[in-house]
Design a protein around this ligand. Structure first.
Ligand SMILES: C[S@@+](CC[C@H](N)C(=O)[O-])C[C@H]1O[C@@H](n2cnc3c(N)ncnc32)[C@H](O)[C@@H]1O
Length: 209
């Protein structure tokens, strides 16, 4: 039984590896010097909603390894202030500030406020919690992560400023909308081409009221 499970696990990870190696966006990111295939998700979201060019302050919550930070640097103006937060370390990116911490810690929110000294034009989150294997627990953890990002944005985002958050299709959607309608407007959903079809992830783009 154990042997069968191990064999299945090996087969699944070989399948993942071969899909990853041949993936269009993995190859493109290697060629173009981006740290993640996820970089192309942000490029495609920005192509549609066009927020990077006009943002003078950008906050990326859950930024490691730094693909979205590289894209932000590339597509915003030279004087734009960019800050990335993550529990994990990243390799430095010139012109971008990084702070290591968990977004649930108040200390992190204090750091963000001191760094920008003004309201923020764009807050992004590509975060998802590690899966526990328990559907209900995973659902609650995703929900509380998105809720935390929305709360931080309500406090720190500029009027008309943009928010881009990874969300997951499924039961959480109605509750999320109720949570957001009070503080956000022009709420749209978008699944960029670089987001794998089989993944339930999509992105919510909205502006602060
Ligand atoms: C999918 S990765 C982000 C990839 C990134 N957009 C890029 O292009 O390189 C999600 C990140 O969120 C971070 N994360 C998850 N929960 C977090 C939390 N509570 N506080 C800070 N970072 C968190 C993880 O450590 C992980 O590095």
């Amino acid at each position: 039984m154990k042997f069968k499970l191990l064999k299945k696990h090996k087969k699944d990870s070989n399948k993942w590896l071969s899909r990853h190696i041949n993936d269009e966006f993995v190859l493109k990111s290697k060629k173009e010097g981006f740290r993640s295939r996820s970089s192309y998700k942000l490029i495609q979201i920005n192509n549609k909603f066009d927020f990077l060019n006009s943002s003078k302050n950008i906050l990326d919550l859950g930024c490691a390894p730094g693909g979205w930070l590289q894209v932000s640097k590339k597509f915003s103006s030279v004087e734009t202030k960019i800050l990335g937060i993550d529990k994990l370390d990243i390799e430095a990116i010139p012109g971008v500030q990084f702070y290591k911490g968990d977004i649930f810690e108040e200390e992190v929110v204090n750091y963000i406020q001191v760094f920008f000294r003004t309201k923020i034009d764009l807050i992004m989150s590509d975060m998802s919690p590690n899966s526990t294997g328990n559907k209900r627990v995973d659902h609650l953890r995703i929900f509380s992560l998105v809720e935390r990002v929305v709360n931080i944005s309500t406090k720190l985002l500029q009027k008309d400023g943009f928010i881009v958050i990874k969300i997951f299709q499924g039961g959480m959607y109605g509750d999320l909308m109720n949570n957001m309608k009070g503080s956000l407007k022009n709420i749209k959903n978008f699944k960029p081409k670089a987001s794998r079809k089989e993944s339930p992830e999509m992105y919510l783009i909205a502006q602060k009221k």
